[in-house]
Design a protein around this ligand. Structure first.
Ligand code: MLT
Length: 337
């Protein structure tokens, strides 16, 4: 019997491209169950008691790191966070050596953010931990895409058929790449809007429309503003004549948002550059809903990689199909400890 089974592989979350629609729906549904449990007075669940989650961040972060840390705590895991500043990385330690060092503590999950594309994949090959990609260069930010879907579904009641206009610095954005793929998985569509210098050639291949005309946002249900990522622009690279001109042509102002639309931004926002403060502070902005969604979605992701059954490399033989429903442990008694 054993030889009939495909090899079992550890479950990771490295890229939206590795997911199927049912994976996305399972994670979002788990997040919804978790959101209900967080409404109780005692917010801690026993789900990951005895497990260890290590966050390793080689780039700055507020929302992503804080929410992964809190998510692990809310699920009763032991957790620690390491930032590259103040760690041995500053002394020149390579990602490989840092990963092997942390692996020696036997973590169940390593959550990693790194400026190099493929860093999370590398850690998944070097260690026995489940690995979650918290952002690798301009490549992927899968948990951001999942929390964005969650926030959209909460605000608009559906994902299927939604049209999302993603505006701004697509060129340097892992958020845009992950989100476009995630929207396609759930039956929504994306239009990328920005100046030609910030729209990478061939990006349509991800399954989206592209426009250099800000007027293209009028047809969308969701206007998603991207941060101008100046830290990813090499010195001397001129993507824009000036930020002032960018804001005049592409800034999300009250005049450009039509009735019925909602506005999103992954944060941190450059108020007055890609988004007008009057929009950021208005009722149509879902920015704090996105932050809230980040906690429950990251709890769901930690639960999903650790506690769901392992995935198999190939389709399992008949009768071996995996159940994808959420475990009762998510809806059970909160941990009073
Ligand atoms: C990211 O880490 O990519 C952020 O969530 C979005 C940004 O930095 O603009």
């Amino acid at each position: 019997m054993a030889e009939l089974l495909a090899p079992v592989v550890r479950r990771h979350l490295l890229s939206i491209g590795d997911l199927e629609r049912e994976d996305v729906e399972r994670i979002l549904d788990t997040a919804t169950s978790l959101a209900r449990s967080l409404g109780r007075e005692v917010k801690r669940l026993p789900t990951l008691r005895g497990r260890t989650v290590i966050n390793v961040f080689y780039e700055s972060s507020t929302r992503t790191l804080a929410s992964f840390e809190l998510a692990a705590k809310r699920l009763s895991a032991d957790t620690m966070s390491i930032r590259s500043d103040g760690s041995s990385v500053e002394k020149g330690e390579s990602l490989k050596d840092t990963a092997l060092t942390l692996a020696a503590y036997g973590p169940d999950v390593i959550v990693i953010r790194h400026p190099s594309i493929g860093a999370a994949q590398l850690v998944s090959r070097l260690t026995d931990a489940h690995v979650v990609n918290a952002g690798d260069g301009k490549h992927q930010h899968p948990t951001q895409a999942l929390l964005d879907l969650y926030a959209m579904r909460e605000a608009l009641g559906r994902l299927d058929g939604l049209h999302v206009a993603v505006v701004g610095d697509v060129q340097h954005s892992r958020v845009a790449r992950s989100l476009v793929q995630a929207l396609a998985l759930v039956g929504a569509r994306a239009t990328l809007v920005g100046p030609p210098t910030l729209l990478p050639p061939g990006i349509e291949a991800l399954g989206c429309a592209v426009s250099t005309d800000i007027g293209a946002i009028s047809d969308a249900d969701v206007v998603y503003a991207l941060r101008m990522q100046r830290e990813r622009m090499a010195p001397g690279e001129a993507f824009l004549p000036s930020l002032r001109e960018y804001t005049a042509l592409y800034g999300i102002t009250p005049e450009r948002v039509r009735a019925g639309q909602v506005v999103m931004h992954p944060g941190p926002m450059n108020r007055g550059v890609e988004i007008d403060p009057r929009v950021a502070d208005s009722a149509v902005a879902l920015v704090t809903d996105q932050v809230r969604a980040g906690l429950v979605v990251r709890m769901a992701v930690l639960y999903d990689v650790v506690a769901q059954r392992p995935v198999r490399e190939r389709e399992p033989v008949a009768g071996e199909r995996e159940r994808s429903d959420a475990s009762p442990v998510l809806t059970g008694t909160p941990d009073a400890a």
